[in-house]
Design a protein around this ligand. Structure first.
Ligand code: ADP
Length: 259
């Protein structure tokens, strides 16, 4: 079983509110169909759909004032709209995609998943469907609501189901020695060792409007899957063919996470 995560930086234009990156979505739907890697679970991020609304209402920080309740609803709705666009493109490409709302079967405690019921996702996979989930506004036992990142979700699914490989697609080639968008001579780390904290500390923070932590957060989340023996590879999903190759298990430019 495989999990492919497509970052918000891939499926949306991150700097333009509520703008899907249709070219990327259409191309990736075709790559997913061509790779024919089943069983498969897809997870996508929020980008310019989820993040602006979540930030406006301070959803990640939890309950402070009544107006945030509407914000929870709006954040969830924004994500369902983006999810709808992605699922439609997948169906057009011949992938039997099936939308699943994480907030309907996951509860967090202090922003970490404490309650998750995987039965339906398991059954969808057994039925030959491709569940398509996303980072979502979820209910939280401590702060009433929270933002569940696509990255945390991917790792929970990977460790809870029998997943062999996780492919994390973003808009950079993988983990670099520094943010490649800010530092010109940043080098791609092809094998990133999690036990080497020196490297980890060098990872820069992600972009300003990212409420869920960017590359550092991604690596720290993924560590749990790597510890569980799951193969985790990060690739640039904005480059033609990389996701298809990674899904097929071919050698591809990217970062492999190691213990
Ligand atoms: P996504 O939306 O694809 O999940 P994020 O925007 O949250 O991804 O994180 C990816 C971003 O992290 C990249 O676009 C890059 O600008 C930034 N980044 C910061 N530090 C690094 C690093 N050391 N290596 C790679 N990318 C980094």
């Amino acid at each position: 079983m495989l999990i492919l995560k497509l970052g918000g930086s891939v499926v949306t234009h991150k700097d333009k509110p509520f703008t899907p990156h249709i070219d990327n979505i259409t191309r990736l739907a075709a790559e997913i169909a061509e790779a024919d890697a089943q069983p498969l679970i897809l997870v996508h991020g929020g980008g310019s759909y989820g993040h602006p609304v979540a930030t406006e209402y301070g959803i990640a920080e939890g309950y402070r004032e009544p107006r945030q309740i509407t914000g929870v609803s709006k954040t969830h709705q924004a994500m369902m709209e983006l999810n709808g666009i992605i699922v439609r493109e997948l169906l057009d490409a011949g992938v039997p995609a099936f939308a699943v709302s994480p907030s309907s079967f996951i509860v967090t405690e202090g922003r970490r998943i404490i309650d998750i019921d995987l039965h339906v996702v398991e059954r969808l996979i057994e039925s030959g469907l491709v569940p398509v989930l996303y980072g979502d506004a979820v209910l939280d036992t401590m702060q009433r609501f929270a933002i569940l990142s696509g990255d945390q979700l991917v790792v929970k699914l990977a460790t809870g189901l029998e997943v062999e490989r996780v492919v994390l697609g973003s808009d950079v080639d993988g983990v670099f020695t520094a943010d490649p968008k800010l530092v010109e001579d940043a080098r791609l780390i092809e094998e990133f060792s999690l036990s080497n904290h020196g490297d980890e500390a060098k990872i820069g923070d992600a972009l300003d409007t990212d409420v869920t932590g960017g590359m550092l957060g991604k690596v720290l989340e993924a560590a749990e899957a790597v510890e569980a023996g799951i193969e985790v590879v990060m690739v640039n999903a904005t480059v033609d063919g990389r996701v298809r190759a990674a899904l097929r298990g071919e050698n591809v430019i990217g970062t492999r996470l190691k213990r």
